[in-house]
Design a protein around this ligand. Structure first.
Ligand code: PTJ
Length: 248
């Protein structure tokens, strides 16, 4: 069955279509096989969240938009799951905020970096960083440390969607502001984030874009206010409470 064969009447049709996108990503050399496992983990949390953007996630998405707009050099980090699930939405967010795009992988191969960069270009991206690999994030002993010096290596704000590990914390250690999209409010990445967005990537990215467009004319003082008013701890607590109770 292909993506188009999933009947709209199926109660889990949207979820099945996303699974197909990840599966196709693996077949196209974009997504790692580990990405299939990550997708299942995310689905479970999303189910418990009611597969909706809860109010605290919407507030986080607005704060993330403000961070991206006021950054001097923002970068959206793209891995194999992000590229398979939301390539157009990722490119659109980069356009709306002026952020750069950089491929950054845990299971890094030059071939997969090239496939993902091509895929983003097919969805409208102009420049895609990540192949340079001429810098490292200190304190990480695996391939996610490999970055471009003119990308994540010198960014002041980095959006880290969909990964759990030690990179968000390492970015914070080097003075870079990590914004994280992760459906698990207990994940290391979410807990290390200046802005943890506990929402599905496929809903989160378009909503950050919508907030960025709406804030396009906002003054620096207004953006600063949104950033300062956001409390990461409260957002994580609200998401965990929503998952545990089923309420907002
Ligand atoms: O492409 P690579 O080589 O960089 O590898 C990417 C994966 C995803 C395989 C790698 O980053 C990984 O193993 O991630 P983890 O440790 O499984 O963590 C993924 C986190 O993202 C988990 O906390 C999931 O709950 C969460 N997640 C999964 N799907 C989504 C998600 N969060 C938001 N939106 C999703 N669609």
């Amino acid at each position: 069955m292909t993506e188009v064969d999933v009947p709209a009447s199926h109660p889990r049709s949207e979820s099945l279509r996303r699974r197909h996108r990840i599966e196709a990503g693996v077949e196209a050399g974009i997504t790692s096989r580990q990405g299939l496992i990550a997708q299942g983990r995310g689905e479970a949390f999303d189910y418990l969240l009611g597969e909706r953007t809860i109010p605290s996630a919407d507030a986080a998405e607005r704060a993330a938009a403000a961070h991206l707009l006021r950054a001097d050099h923002a970068v959206l980090s793209v891995n194999g799951n992000v590229a398979a699930l939301a390539p157009a939405e990722t490119v659109e967010l980069a356009d709306a905020t002026g952020a750069a795009l950089e491929v950054n992988l845990f299971d890094r191969t030059d071939e997969r970096v090239a496939h993902i960069a091509d895929h983003l270009r097919d969805h409208g991206a102009e420049a895609v960083l990540g192949a340079g690999a001429d810098d490292r994030v200190p304190g990480i002993d695996h391939e996610r440390a490999t970055v471009d010096a003119d990308g994540i290596g010198s960014a002041d704000v980095v959006l880290v969607p969909l990964e759990d590990g030690d990179r968000a914390e390492a970015l914070a250690e080097m003075g870079t502001t990590p914004l994280v999209v992760d459906l698990n409010p207990l994940s290391r990445s979410a807990r290390a984030a200046a802005v943890p967005i506990v929402d599905n990537l496929v809903r989160a990215l378009p909503n950050v874009t919508a907030h960025a467009r709406e804030l396009g004319e906002a003054s620096d003082a207004e953006l600063d206010g949104i950033v300062e008013d956001f409390d990461a701890r409260d957002a994580l607590d609200a998401a965990e409470a929503a998952i545990r109770s089923g309420d907002e």
